[in-house]
Write a protein that binds this ligand. Structure first.
Ligand code: GP9
Ligand code: MN
Length: 621
């Protein structure tokens, strides 16, 4: 008797095995997930397991067999249904379901009857294990044990479940550092932590932000409005409206830091084109990125809203359902066709959803480009073909338009094809930095081609062109190599200075000028709008028009560091810019409160979704 029991498989094992294998088969057959190496394959294979072990493990606590079986059956059906819902959703959107998305019913409105076409007869296979389970519960085959586990075995069971979870998270962390805090692409999340854990994570993220939103009310906006009013920078009379009605082309230049401008490696210029182009443009040489974990998307957020991104996570993911008063929205109100162009997966950084909240009318994503093996490297399509094909799209656009283009080639780990190498690599202990110069040089070349194409198509003369570096490319992990390149130690002061990114505005018919005010990405929105002659007096924004006389010469970093005209606050110390040494903290103190207030106000706006209480018409009175 005892022996035969031992040879039996417990029901719970069967249920877990069924769903585990089914999920893995669904991964391989119903979703297109790029698997780059055996480790990723292994993670994909084990990732449904920990969740399934936990969720079905709950059944072990039910004493009555009937309740236990009913629980297993219900959960098995619900999870199969969730998996299947994702499959159908994926057939439409090439994406996984998210909670905020489920509530954005307008998305579904477009589908209409064609939704039915996505259901196939063979979809019954997604439920085959549930049906089998039903039979098993009815006919109770003798090889299956319907008993629950002893206390000891139950403990062992949960120990295995926990171990699986940590193994999964550990391997994912190695494959994709900061996966959970940076919340990358949903595909990446599902690939690493599995579809079920992903949904759990999505629910947690969502409930946290809904709670904060629910507790907010309009009165919180009063202080913020007063603050924004008091720090409003009056537009420059000469430049206000100078580019009225022109197309606006904004280029987010991937990972490009300012130290490469007017600089050489192995005696070769790194950015020959930009060095020339800044002479014909307004070039800001004391301009900083202000991004956090959301990297490129944070930069986009700063530019669009003139608000700070969040200190953890990517606001593009966490608050895509908020109400915004974006640059695109203002341009759209003023007759612009607003669009974003980026030859990557549309769900990366949740752009497909966030761009709708930001009022982009059209997102030209990877599907709008002819991308193939020959014109791709590293993360995807190379910048030169990307710009070439983008100009083709621009020719078709209704004018005036606002296009935001995001480059990709100069992205960590900075891999390139030999044929795209215009300068030699640097020679240090960091391959990353060594290659960085080569890929920056390539992106510079692509910008040159872009401008040439714009000139040929006649768009150039009718457009203002804005370029900004989105964030750093070389992290502090490469300080030793960086120090070799710069010929000095990388102190916290130097690190802060390395967060400068290029920023330029080209206006046809206007002479170039270098502007050395301390500034940051948060200032782009008011600066552009004023050039176009669009008033921002009543807008809730934390940046300042960089051409204004009242500009505040201050750049606040998301992590609390800041830069003023003469000082840098970093590593809890105040640094004198002229000596590059630590000085008395009292010189930084006057700014500290302002910096903290500003970051706090920005956070309050986002967490409370406060702009939904803002009535621009009322404000305009
Ligand atoms: C991907 C690109 C890169 O679409 O924007 O994102 P990053 O890793 O730089 O934030
Ligand atoms: Mn980036």
């Amino acid at each position: 008797m005892k022996k035969s029991f031992r040879n039996k498989i417990t029901l719970i094992t069967v249920v877990v095995l069924f769903l585990w294998l089914k999920t893995y088969i669904a991964y391989k057959t119903s979703f297109h997930m790029d698997i780059e190496n055996p480790m990723q394959q292994f993670i994909l294979f084990i990732n449904p397991l920990s969740f399934l072990l936990f969720i079905f493990g709950i059944a072990l606590f039910f004493k009555r067999e009937k309740v236990r079986n009913r629980y297993l059956m219900t959960m098995s059906f619900l999870l199969s249904f969730l998996l299947y819902a994702n499959v159908v959703f994926y057939r439409f959107f090439n994406d996984f379901i998210t909670l905020p998305l489920l509530f954005q019913t307008s998305n579904f409105a477009d589908l209409g009857n064609s939704a039915w076409e996505e259901f196939k007869w063979y979809d019954i296979f997604y439920f085959i294990d549930v049906i089998l389970l039903g039979f098993m519960l009815k006919f109770k085959p003798s090889i299956i044990s319907f008993k629950t586990l002893s206390k000891m075995n139950r403990r062992a069971y949960f120990l295995i479940a926990t171990a699986m979870l940590f193994l999964n998270l550990g391997l994912s962390e190695v494959e994709r550092p900061q996966l959970l805090t940076r919340t990358f692409d949903r595909e990446m999340l599902v690939k690493n932590i599995g579809t079920y854990n992903y949904h759990l994570y999505d629910v947690l993220l969502q409930s946290k932000s809904s709670a904060q939103r629910a507790l907010a009310d309009g009165s919180e906006l009063v202080d913020i409005e007063n603050y924004v009013d008091a720090s409003y920078a009056k537009p420059n009379d000469e430049l206000f409206g100078i580019a009225k009605g022109k197309n606006v082309i904004v280029v987010s230049v991937e990972s490009t830091q300012n130290f490469v401008i007017n600089n050489k490696v192995n005696d070769q210029e790194i950015t020959p084109f930009l060095n020339q182009f800044i002479k014909e443009s307004f070039y800001f040489d004391n301009f900083y990125h202000q991004t956090g974990q959301g990297k490129t998307s944070d930069a986009e957020f700063l530019v669009e809203n003139s608000l700070y991104p969040l200190s953890r996570g990517a606001v593009f993911f966490t608050h895509s359902g908020n109400q915004f008063n974006s640059l695109a929205e203002r341009l759209q109100e003023n007759g612009y066709f607003t669009n974003a162009m980026h030859a990557n997966n549309r769900s990366f950084w949740n752009r497909d959803i966030m761009y709708k909240s930001l009022s982009y009318e059209r997102f030209y994503d990877v599907k709008d480009y002819d991308v193939n093996e020959d014109n791709s490297v590293n993360w995807g399509m190379k910048d030169i073909p990307f710009f070439e094909q983008s100009v083709e799209h621009m020719k078709e656009m209704k004018k005036p338009f606002y296009s935001k283009l995001i480059t990709l080639t100069n992205h960590h780990p900075f891999y390139y094809d030999k044929e795209d190498q215009f300068i030699d690599e640097f020679n240090s202990n960091s391959g990353t930095l060594n290659r960085y110069f080569v890929t920056v040089r390539y992106t510079d070349e692509s910008l040159k081609r872009f401008i040439e194409e714009l000139k040929e198509s006649g768009i150039y003369e009718d457009s203002i062109i804005v370029m900004y570096g989105d964030h750093y490319g070389i992290s502090e992990n490469h300080n030793e190599a960086m120090s070799q390149y710069l010929g000095k130690d990388i102190t916290p002061f130097v690190s802060t200075q390395l967060q400068k990114v290029p920023f330029l505005i080209h206006i046809p018919g206007t002479e170039g000028k270098v502007i050395s005010k301390v500034s940051g990405q948060i200032d782009i929105r008011p600066t552009i709008l004023h050039l176009l002659g669009i008033n921002t007096k009543n807008d809730i924004q934390l940046g300042h028009d960089l051409f204004s006389e009242d500009n505040d010469d201050l750049a606040v970093f998301r992590d609390g560091r800041f830069v003023t005209k003469d000082y840098v606050y970093a590593d809890n110390k105040c640094w004198d810019k002229s000596t590059e040494e630590v000085t008395d903290k009292k010189y930084c103190e006057p700014y500290m409160e302002k910096v903290a207030t500003e970051l706090e106000y920005s956070d309050r706006i986002i967490y409370g979704d406060l702009l939904r209480f803002f009535d621009p018409d009322k404000a305009k009175k």
